[in-house]
Design a protein around this ligand. Structure first.
Ligand code: C5P
Length: 233
């Protein structure tokens, strides 16, 4: 169903040096890495290239949302950079996603294009505030259908709690990339609804994103090894 590592380490750092220092402690055969807004704005595409030179597959988590032509251009640039996964907001609409899909296919078909549906920080009140009068769950399923079935995207970023309903609607093929993972189920930071790696895969996740439980561990490689043991063969 999928090639490459199923564990993605979120490199949530403010600068290139810290991100590279962590990457050097990780094994690119065991995990991929995620570069988000803060790090990309600070360190730029040069860092992505450096991570790829170390052998890592990179998930460029920039959640594009703009007019179709602009998002297609951004996705084209990401594909040229050689990233493994790039993402956008499904709420940008079908035309935007189709343009992005086309752009990635033209440049580098092996780059995966996935969508964010409803951010886990949004609840029913947040949606009502922007004029959407359905539950987050209904909106997730509607945008998932638009992204995967209609625009032909490769998958979604979603909560592992949403994964069973998404699998029921979409089947086995799409990638479901799930953050909010805590080995041992522990909390202690700003993630409120968390799931263990094992439970996330049981729920239907194809990939998990894990940040602080690895990056703040005394021995990040050992933390990775522990999580890998929970991934079904
Ligand atoms: O440190 P932690 O494991 O909480 O990091 C999770 C990563 O996944 C962060 O980069 C965060 O921005 C991202 N993320 C998330 N929840 C979402 C979407 C993305 O935690 N709903």
């Amino acid at each position: 169903m999928h090639s490459g590592p199923q564990l993605i380490v979120a490199l949530d750092y403010p600068d290139r040096r810290s991100a590279e220092a962590m990457a050097e402690r990780l094994d690119p055969g065991a995990c991929a890495v995620k570069v988000g807004f803060e790090l990309f704005v600070a360190a730029g595409p040069g860092l992505v290239e450096a991570l790829q030179r170390l052998g890592f597959r990179v998930f460029l988590d920039l959640k594009f949302h703009d007019i179709p032509n602009t998002v297609a251009g951004a996705c084209r640039a990401a594909a040229r950079l050689g990233v493994w996964i790039v993402n956008l907001h499904a709420s940008g609409g079908l035309e935007m996603m189709q343009a992005a899909r086309e752009a990635v296919r033209e440049v580098r078909p092996e780059t995966r294009l996935i969508a964010v549906t409803v951010l886990t920080s949004s609840d029913a009140a947040t949606l009502r505030g922007v004029g959407i009068d359905c539950s987050p769950q209904e909106q997730v399923l509607r945008l998932a259908d638009l992204a995967v079935n209609q625009a032909g995207l490769d998958g979604l970023v979603c909560s592992a709690l949403e994964a069973p309903a998404l699998r029921a609607q979409l089947g086995d093929a799409p990638w479901l990339v799930t953050p909010g993972i805590r080995p041992g189920g522990g909390g202690g930071d700003d993630q409120k609804r968390v799931m263990t790696p094992r439970a996330a895969f049981q729920n239907g996740a194809s990939h998990i994103v894990v940040g602080r439980p690895i990056t703040q561990a005394e021995d990040p490689a050992a933390a990775v090894a522990g999580i890998l043991q929970e991934i079904p063969a």
